[in-house]
Design a protein around this ligand. Structure first.
Ligand code: PEP
Ligand code: MG
Length: 325
């Protein structure tokens, strides 16, 4: 980390003309939580819960899940903690679940689809989340937990997930928590205008949104260099999502890896993204670039970038930032 970045890492990320961007972190384990605040992160924008108990030989009990969530919440207090329900399947099998063979696991029973196939397991996870929120309210006066559902591809999946969460919440008399979705399947971005009326927030999962938009397996070493974040098709889906959220007064973040690249962070902020969730080590550099540029100029540049016909042309536009100051 450069000295200038380290010096200012605890200051907010505000552009020269006053636009505040929340810079938060992606984490997977309680042991990652201290590094959020140490690096200047303002909360957790993505807790990948499928990794909490990856080495366990059996499904974690509700109490074990609560203990893990509490130890993260102890670090964060009432700051934002976006708990993504288990995104098991695809590239993320867990040792405690028998996963039938699938020919195309990335197109298979993954994320919320798998949760619906195992409703009791899903309900146990929701119960652990809501019981942690009750404890947080007792401890800190309010809960910063947000619940986020992965791999939502259509409205009925969102509706079902929301109804299941609400049933558990009511049964526990737990506080109302913001409920949102990952936008990581192109169909969700394409109907973002209708989803945005119902959800509390969107978080764009650009790792999966890139692979599904370009039809390029994110793990295939032959393709990973080509699966680029500057592709105009990907950018247009992101822009549609942001516009839909903004028109409906909802916030939208990006929690895929592209948010951690300072050049792409400029592009995302210019498109109207309000939150960037990155690994803790990337927080200082992302905050630094945001503080050095003007939001108005970012917006103008993003508008031009969205008209480009190739990734190369967009990438070239963001190579230097002299025109953004
Ligand atoms: C994503 O798809 O961008 C994302 C953040 O989720 P994951 O990488 O865990 O699939
Ligand atoms: Mg994903």
């Amino acid at each position: 980390m450069r000295l200038a970045e380290a010096e200012h890492q605890h200051e907010p990320a505000v552009t020269k003309d006053g636009r505040h961007i929340d810079v938060v972190c992606n984490i997977a384990k309680p042991k990652d939580a201290p590094s959020i605040l140490e690096n200047g992160g303002e909360g957790a924008g993505l807790l990948r819960t499928e990794f909490l108990f990856e080495a366990s030989s059996e499904e974690p009990s509700i109490d074990q899940q609560i203990d893990a969530l509490k130890s993260i919440a102890k670090e964060l207090g009432d700051r934002q903690l976006v708990v993504r329900t288990a995104d098991i399947g695809g590239d993320k099998p867990v040792s405690w679940m028998d996963m039938p063979h699938e020919d195309n696991p990335f197109l298979g029973v993954r994320g919320v689809r798998l949760s619906f196939k195992h409703p009791a397991m899903f309900e146990r996870q929701l119960e652990a989340i809501y019981r942690t929120a009750i404890w947080q309210v007792e401890q800190f006066g309010k809960s910063g937990i947000h619940i986020m559902f992965p791999m939502i591809a259509k409205m009925s999946e969102w509706t079902k997930a929301r109804e299941m969460a609400e049933k558990i919440r009511v049964s526990l008399n737990a506080p109302v928590l913001p409920l949102g979705i990952m936008v990581e399947v192109p169909s969700a971005a394409l109907v973002a205008d209708t989803l945005a009326k119902q959800v509390d927030f969107f978080s764009i999962g650009s790792n999966d949104l890139t692979q599904y938009t370009l039809a390029m397996d994110r793990l295939n070493p032959e393709l990973c260099c080509e699966a680029d974040s500057y592709h105009p098709g990907l950018l247009r889906l992101i822009s549609m999502t942001v516009k839909a959220a903004t028109a409906n007064g909802k916030w939208v973040g990006v929690c895929g890896n592209m948010a951690a690249d300072p050049n792409i962070a400029c592009l995302l902020v210019g498109m109207g993204v309000q939150e960037l969730s990155v690994s803790p080590a990337n927080v200082p550099a992302v905050k630094n670039i945001i503080r050095s540029v003007s939001y108005r100029k970012l917006q103008e540049k993003a508008e031009k970038a969205l008209q480009m016909c190739s990734s190369e042309k967009v990438m070239a536009m963001y190579k230097n930032h002299d025109d953004l100051i």
